[in-house]
Design a protein around this ligand. Structure first.
Ligand SMILES: [Zn+2]
Length: 548
């Protein structure tokens, strides 16, 4: 077939000859072609049954009609190239023949170009428009995925000049970490190789394995950037680096914290990406459900008292606190934070970075109190001294935010008492405790139905055979079945009754029971169940965070 006009004329003629359209349809199709410039294939698709159209196209293309379940898409680099250049999808390939799927016409010039490119004769297979869109969408995702999700292979590194390896490889990893929104990069020496993993949505994924030959290049480069001692290989070292990543057309400085630790096979290096300060965090983005969000907003706007956020490491506690600080950040109040290290930068907020191994939080806090603060955010309450200083500060007209390492909200209050704080001090200062976890959100492109078994439903107090969804994994979600994470919350508002309970040293079980029954507090598990029933997460995820 020579060109588009030739194709359209042939299609019209054949459709008339075969009686698929009549003369009046032909007239209106021709009119549409002239006036609206609608491609004939598009307009005729509306008039003619799919099957009849495919048989016409097969005749004109000299092709075979193929149904969806017979399609076998090729996943080689050739397939990507042909799709990007010619918009056709490569199928089975033999020594001298290659199948290609198409719906729209392809012309002689292109066919001969492709044939000489891959050195094979083409066999054309025509599929319906829908099928073609499906398979080409998959291929598009795959190509996009390959672009984003691969880093250099051993072979590609070998092809570089030795002088270039260090800079190229380190730059590539840091840029990729930013592009993929990964939180950490792990460079891990193994017996006679090393691997690179990155943490995506809370889970580590392997990106590549390399000859040990390349390891010194990469490790020296990272240590140099982080101002660490390159010759030192037996001690742990901590540092930081600022890396210019490309963000669309701009360059942004992204800070990374670098930690080096000697292992039996060499130094393991972990780089943690910190916020650049350009990415503001808002309460509305955390995934808090409305009822909790309302209570939380009310609590953080109180003039004094202490608010605690509890949860295991990596449960998003700092993010929640920063979103809170962001919400109340106004020019007429003085906000000061003490952190180890500073994770997010907030304009207008005095952020104090301390090394908590050298200066205690309570020491820093006492200095801050001399600076006339309204709101204080304290990285973490770990010891009695810090707890006591923080609670007393909140009683003397300051609003204090901090985090504490406990499993649920009620046990945070009792934890403070266990640390040796007077119950009355806890009872009169704590205004609210938020417990939280991060749960992974299912990929909507591939999540599949899952009917809860008897034992599964019993654990969650749900009816047997409740329909939920589970993870499967596709190209879009990098095979993990999940695309992001969201917060799961339990918020305990300390009212007069709870305050009395704390004062009388009632245990966390009693407090929890009262909060659930009388104040309608949702537990972490209850909130996670709701996310499960909203089909946003899986049973496995609910169980995973319940065990944390
Ligand atoms: Zn998926």
């Amino acid at each position: 077939m020579k060109n588009l006009k030739y194709f359209e004329d042939a299609l019209l003629k054949l459709a008339i000859d075969k009686g698929v359209i009549d003369k009046s349809q032909r007239t209106s199709l021709l009119k549409e072609r002239v006036i609206k410039k609608t491609p004939l294939l598009e307009s005729i698709s509306r008039e003619v049954e799919c099957e009849a159209l495919l048989s016409l196209l097969a005749d004109i293309y000299d092709a075979t009609v193929v149904l969806e379940d017979e399609v076998k898409v090729n996943e080689s680099p050739d397939a990507d190239k042909l799709f990007e250049k010619f918009g056709i999808v490569l199928g089975d390939v033999t020594s001298n023949k290659a199948d290609v799927y198409l719906f729209e016409p392809i012309f002689d010039v292109e066919i001969s170009k492709i044939e000489s490119m891959i050195n094979k004769k083409l066999r054309l297979l025509v599929v319906s428009k829908d099928v073609f869109e499906n398979i080409s969408q998959d291929l598009k995702n795959e190509i996009e995925h390959k672009k984003h999700h691969t880093i250099s292979t051993n072979e590609q590194l070998k092809a570089l000049k030795e002088d270039d390896v260090a800079i190229f490889f380190a730059d590539e990893l840091l840029q990729k970490c930013f592009d993929m929104k990964a939180s950490d990069i792990h460079i891990e020496p193994l017996k006679d190789s090393f691997r690179v993993r990155m943490r995506l949505n809370g889970m580590l994924e392997e990106f590549g394995k390399y000859d040990e030959f390349f390891y010194p290049f990469l490790s020296s480069r990272v240590k140099l950037l982080a101002n660490l001692d390159i010759a030192e290989r037996r001690q742990t070292q901590d540092g930081a680096l600022l890396f210019k990543v490309k963000n669309k057309d701009f360059f942004v400085d992204i800070p990374f914290r670098v930690s080096v630790m000697p292992t039996i096979y060499g130094e393991k290096i972990v780089l943690r990406r910190l916020s650049s300060g350009d990415e503001m965090i808002y309460l509305s983005e955390l995934g808090m459900e409305e009822d909790i969000l309302d209570k939380w907003k009310k609590a953080i706007k109180r003039p004094h008292g202490i608010i605690l956020v509890s949860g295991p490491t990596g449960s998003g506690k700092s993010t929640t606190l920063f979103a809170a600080i962001n919400e109340i950040n106004k020019t007429n109040i003085n906000i000061t934070t003490v952190e180890d290290p500073v994770e997010f930068k907030i304009p207008g907020v005095n952020q104090l970075q301390i090394d908590s191994h050298k200066i205690s939080f309570s020491h820093a806090l006492r200095s801050i109190l001399r600076q006339d603060p309204d709101v204080i955010m304290l990285g973490e309450i770990r010891d009695k001294e810090t707890a006591e200083t923080a609670l007393r500060a909140s009683l003397t007209g300051h609003m204090v935010f901090s985090t504490i390492h406990t499993n649920d909200a009620p046990s945070s209050a009792t934890r403070l008492i266990d640390m040796g704080i007077e119950p009355f001090l806890v009872a009169s200062s704590v205004v609210g405790i938020l417990a939280q976890r991060l749960i992974r959100v299912l990929c909507s492109a591939c999540k599949t139905e899952h009917v809860l078994s008897k034992s599964e439903s019993e654990i969650l107090y749900l009816e047997e055979n409740t329909k939920v969804y589970k993870a499967k994994g596709c190209r879009k979600c990098n095979g993990s079945g999940y695309v992001s994470r969201m917060g799961v919350y339990e918020f305990l508002v300390v009212d007069d009754v709870i305050s009395q309970m704390i004062n009388h040293n009632k245990g966390d079980v009693d407090i929890k029971e009262y909060a659930i029954n009388e104040c309608g507090m949702k537990t972490i598990l209850q909130s996670a169940k709701e996310i499960l029933l909203a089909h946003k997460t899986s049973y496995d995820e609910v169980m995973r965070i319940a065990a944390e």
